[in-house]
Design a protein around this ligand. Structure first.
Ligand SMILES: [Zn+2]
Length: 179
């Protein structure tokens, strides 16, 4: 951040009195611009023994496969956000099921939240942010061309648990690559 969004004056990075972390502080209007993690919400849309994946038409990782997910908007709930992203990216209607996983991704200041979901019909097609949308059985999952570790890890767990016949909520952390 370079300029105060309140008054346009250049901001300085310093620890405000009584605080413990550096913040962007406006020297003119004294507003402290707190920066906090963003929530990414999505789902694993299921149809019988297959799940729906989207091939990304946008960066990062253009051309790779991912679950429908995206940044939560103001004034919506988690379930609404996951359903909205699924509609936007795959034109797919789902009934949201159980909360399945929360992944901390501290090095990029994100928290990813995934639900299981039931596809309501097969009338899906790529949204503007997707090149393709397809159903995949476990043997067909394009593990080598999945876009994000934060997608790969819950999907591995998902199929392991499906084989065992029992899904359980999981919270994990994706560390920076190489750590
Ligand atoms: Zn200001």
């Amino acid at each position: 951040m370079k300029y105060c969004s309140n008054c346009g004056t250049p901001v300085e990075l310093r620890i405000p009195e009584g605080d413990t972390l550096p913040r962007y502080v406006c020297s003119a209007c004294s507003v402290i611009h707190y920066q906090n993690p963003k929530i990414v919400v999505g789902c694993i849309p299921e149809w019988e023994d297959r799940i729906l994946l989207c091939r990304r038409a946008i960066e990062p990782h253009h051309g790779l496969w991912t679950l429908p997910a995206g940044f939560m908007e103001n004034a919506e709930t988690l379930v609404q956000g996951a359903a909205r992203e699924t509609l936007e990216e795959a034109n797919a209607r789902v009934e949201m099921g159980a909360l399945y996983a929360i992944y901390n991704v501290p090095h990029i200041n994100q928290v990813h939240i995934l639900f299981r979901a039931q596809l309501l019909d097969l009338d899906f097609k790529p949204g503007i942010e997707s090149l393709d949308v397809q159903l995949f059985g476990e043997a067909e999952i394009p593990w080598e061309t999945l876009a994000f570790r934060v997608i790969r890890e819950p999907l591995k767990r998902y199929f392991e648990e499906r084989r065992q016949g029992k899904f359980e909520f999981h919270m994990g952390t994706i560390e920076e690559a190489g750590k």
